[in-house]
Ligand binder design. Structure first.
Ligand code: UD2
Ligand code: MN
Length: 280
């Protein structure tokens, strides 16, 4: 493909005409495919009139949440295109029915995405959160950034000061600095607070968009089978600083079962093993 002089210009720091966004929930995969036929397979897109400032991999931990993924994709492709992002979507699916491990799936997404393209920014997001304002830039900043601080299901309130779940953005350097997420959080909860401790332990701080700009829709749902609450999180979080040197990207162990480039996303199905002490 020829590069026109226009394409070589860097995109403006702030994309034009951003504002409140209305989340559409009555949608289907077919509708999304139809509206995104310009995309490269694997859920990749970049602005065609300028060169984006960042290369962004969006990582979604996943198992058995097709209805949420359907809505997420329908809304997020136009959203990201409007922000003139150079991006790719990675849906990392845990194979089997062992306890879910959200954090380890995020690490797998990072490790696999960097094999695909020269990504320098990573957005780690739940499949069930969709921003309601295009000014909430899905990008990386000077500090690791928390972007799920103003969810409709919590009346757009910050739940507690150090909350770091839902959606976070890390530059490649920031994520490597904290050695990624911990791999040892099986089941629901705690892995986000542990990541926060890693950030602080490395002398960084977190930032957030304002409560107004961060407004987002988060689906209300029950606890998934296989993602029962993890009761062993407190000692793990307390020892985050000491464990982070050996538990994370540098100890990540998994087997890719398949990588499929769909029109709207790359699906990576992965065997991430079983919790230590798991009894058959
Ligand atoms: C909160 C956090 C979330 C995470 C979780 C505890 C916010 C806004 N969210 O979300 O980031 O820290 O608590 O682990 O603070 N998933 C599947 N299939 C499953 C289970 C989970 O796909 O069977 C994925 C999916 O992307 C989901 C995410 O994991 O959105 C988090 O799980 P959740 O939605 O059940 O947790 P929730 O809403 O309490
Ligand atoms: Mn959720």
């Amino acid at each position: 493909m020829n590069i026109t002089p226009e394409e070589q210009k860097p995109c403006p720091e702030l994309p034009p005409n951003l504002g409140p966004y209305r989340v559409e929930t009555n949608v289907s995969f077919v509708m999304s495919v139809r509206q995104n036929e310009d995309m490269e397979f694997g859920g990749r897109s970049k602005p065609d009139t300028c060169t984006a400032l960042q290369k962004i991999a969006i990582v979604i931990p996943f198992r058995n949440r097709e209805p949420h993924l359907e809505v997420w994709l329908y809304n997020m492709h136009p959203f990201l295109k409007k922000q003139r992002a150079d991006y790719g979507i990675y849906v990392v699916e845990q194979n089997g029915d062992a306890k879910f491990n959200r954090a380890k799936l995020m690490n797998v997404g990072f490790a696999e995405a960097i094999k695909d393209y020269d990504y320098n920014c990573f957005i780690f997001t739940d499949v069930d959160i969709i921003p309601m304002d295009q000014r909430n830039l899905y990008r990386c900043f000077k500090n690791p950034r928390h972007m799920a601080n103003s969810l409709d299901k919590f009346n757009f309130k910050l739940r507690y000061k150090t909350v770091f779940g839902g959606v976070v953005a890390f530059s490649k350097e920031q994520f490597q600095k904290v050695n990624g997420f911990s791999n040892v959080f099986w089941g629901w909860g705690g892995e986000d607070d542990e990541l926060y401790q890693r950030v602080i332990a490395m002398g960084m701080s977190i930032e957030r968009p304002t409560q107004e700009i961060a407004k987002a829709k988060a689906f209300v749902h029950g606890r998934d089978t296989g993602n029962e609450r993890n009761v062993k999180t407190i000692p793990l979080i307390r020892k985050a600083k000491e464990r982070m040197k050996r538990d994370g990207l540098n100890s990540l162990d998994y087997k890719v079962i398949s990588i499929t480039k769909h029109r709207l996303y790359t699906k990576i199905t992965v065997d991430i093993g079983l919790p230590e002490g798991h009894l058959f």
